[in-house]
Design a protein. Structure first.
Length: 531
């Protein structure tokens, strides 16, 4: 969205709301007001199914008014909601939905701009309660602990019927902040840093038997998934790749029945013919073929998140073609079979080549490939394997009846909490740059291959936020307040970046996220790590 299209925030939000197709009704008068904040752009936030779901669920609850707010880069001083244009500081609760570690500084920036005391311990009792949830918040909440009054850890749906009435009761009875936090700390899945005692805060999950798939109640032409109805087919992943947090924090792996998905689409997808199927393990959804075929037969266009190359066959591709899918996204992750096996990706070279041959005979126009560098035990032979794999795929696609392009994205490996690789060291910046330069040089020699560059500094920063503890909050605040660079912020707050991300950890080391339970024991993860 071009900044020049809007002269002020009021014109911006009116245009956004006018273009949205929003099924959520907001109560004008309610006992409790919540500002649901996504600390990134509108386009990114509206592509997030969890954010949309919480917005819908909060507003379905009697006596609650929930409005949305985002980081408005084109209006740097603005901290207002979209729906009413109300200032964040006038709400009872500020609820941050966090899906990206790099949004931690944005969260703090929003609090400061809104005139809300950033550190929770100094916050006045008349200021809003500040809570946080979302995937990143319940992987490792500690880097932003000092800014948050309480966290909701895990999937919120099963606890709404007890959590929201408690907030309403506390508001109605006008509890003081300290007493209010005491009450919240007693609730399952709620983590109040100020009141925390050394015991596990268990996350909350609900089985697929008692839940419905999340879907997007708002369809917008200004989100990343333009005018698309999003719906999840499952939650988590049963493959448990050693680098992947989604398959471990959303445990156990659950799928939704085809009937539930089709019923949700029939009930709520009225204003578009574009349906996006979402899931960390989309390829493993057992009814993917039948579901896609039924949607296409009813005239829907399809959008698919990344899936495995070993599920590609001519019949499935013919359905995708009818669904106007022109780009397929795959993540081989590593260039050699041996490294893929070590990270538990378990994808054979021949399976990849067979998928390429099938795609070559289709109308698919673009293939996107995602790889990682800096994985544990990786060698330069594995880097050569990426080049060989891309070149081989390109040679297969060259012979197709329709011109096709390949887009390659190479990300640095970042150790994630609650995975077998949480004890791993992240590669040094100089080594990541060396490998990237070599890959870029070699990709330029392969016709039809586009290479997407990544910011190494952002990846290093993401690694720090992924693995650090509450001490990092001082650096985040220092950087924002002094408008300085990260290197200066680390130095001025005595943060040892090398110790946080570049040192191999031991099993007995206390990890910042050890305060939480997540369904898979630390011992089990360690056994996978040392094999």
């Amino acid at each position: 969205m071009k900044k020049s299209r809007y002269t002020d925030f009021r014109a911006y939000r009116e245009k956004i709301l006018f273009r949205e197709k929003n099924q959520v009704e907001i109560q004008k008068e309610a006992l409790l007001s919540i500002a649901l904040v996504f600390p990134n752009s509108y386009a990114v936030g509206m592509a997030n199914l969890g954010f949309q779901t919480i917005y819908r669920l909060f507003n379905e609850f009697s006596d609650i008014r929930c409005e949305r707010a985002f980081l408005y880069d084109q209006f740097p001083g603005v901290t207002k909601t979209l729906e009413s244009g109300e200032e964040l500081r006038n709400f009872d609760v500020i609820a941050f939905s966090i899906s990206y570690e790099l949004d931690f500084p944005n969260l703090v920036q929003i609090l400061i701009r809104a005139g809300i005391t950033p550190f929770s311990i100094d916050r006045h009792t008349k200021e809003p309660l500040v809570m946080a949830g979302g995937a990143i918040a319940f992987m490792n909440p500690t880097p932003i602990e000092p800014f948050i009054d309480f966290f909701y850890l895990g999937e919120i749906e099963p606890q709404l019927q007890s959590f929201l009435p408690l907030l309403l009761q506390l508001k109605q009875e006008r509890w003081e902040r300290s007493e209010l936090l005491d009450r919240l700390a007693e609730q399952q899945g709620i983590y109040v840093p100020e009141k925390f005692k050394k015991s596990e805060v268990k996350k909350i999950y609900q089985s697929a038997r008692e839940s419905l798939p999340q879907y997007s109640p708002i369809i917008s032409p200004d989100g990343h998934f333009k005018d698309m109805f999003l719906i999840e087919v499952g939650r988590g992943c049963g493959r448990h790749c050693h680098f992947c947090a989604a398959s471990h924090i959303y445990h156990p792996f659950r799928i939704f029945s085809k009937e539930k998905i089709l019923n949700a689409i029939s009930s709520f997808c009225h204003d578009t013919k574009r349906v996006g199927l979402i899931g960390a393990a989309l390829s493993d959804y057992p009814h993917l073929f039948d579901l896609s075929q039924e949607l296409v037969d009813h005239g829907f266009e399809l959008g698919l998140s990344s899936f495995r190359l070993d599920v590609i066959n001519p019949e499935f591709l013919s359905i995708l073609e009818r669904g106007k899918v022109r780009t397929l996204t795959f993540a081989p992750e590593a260039g050699t079979e041996s490294l893929r096996n070590r990270i538990h990706k378990n994808l054979l070279d021949e399976q990849i080549m067979e998928a390429a041959r099938v795609i070559a005979g289709s109308k698919i126009q673009q293939v996107k490939l995602y790889f990682m560098i800096g994985l544990p035990t990786e060698t330069d032979d594995d880097i050569e394997g990426i080049i060989h794999l891309v070149r081989t795929i390109q040679q297969i696609l060259v012979g197709s009846r329709q011109k096709k392009s390949i887009n390659v994205s190479v990300n640095a490996f970042i150790p994630k909490p609650f995975t077998p690789f949480q004890w791993s060291a992240m590669e040094k910046e100089s080594e990541i740059r060396r490998k990237r330069r070599y890959l870029e040089r070699e990709f330029k020699k392969i016709p039809g291959v586009q290479y997407t560059r990544k910011s190494v500094k952002d990846e290093i920063l993401q690694g720090i936020f992924s693995l650090s503890d509450r001490e990092v909050a001082k650096a985040i605040y220092y950087k924002i307040q002094n408008n300085t660079d990260w290197q200066t912020a680390w130095q001025q707050t005595a943060i040892d970046v090398d110790l946080i991300i570049h040192q191999l950890k031991k099993f007995e080391d206390e990890l910042p996220w050890d305060l939480m339970a997540y369904g898979i024991t630390k011992e089990r993860l360690w056994k996978k790590f040392i094999l």
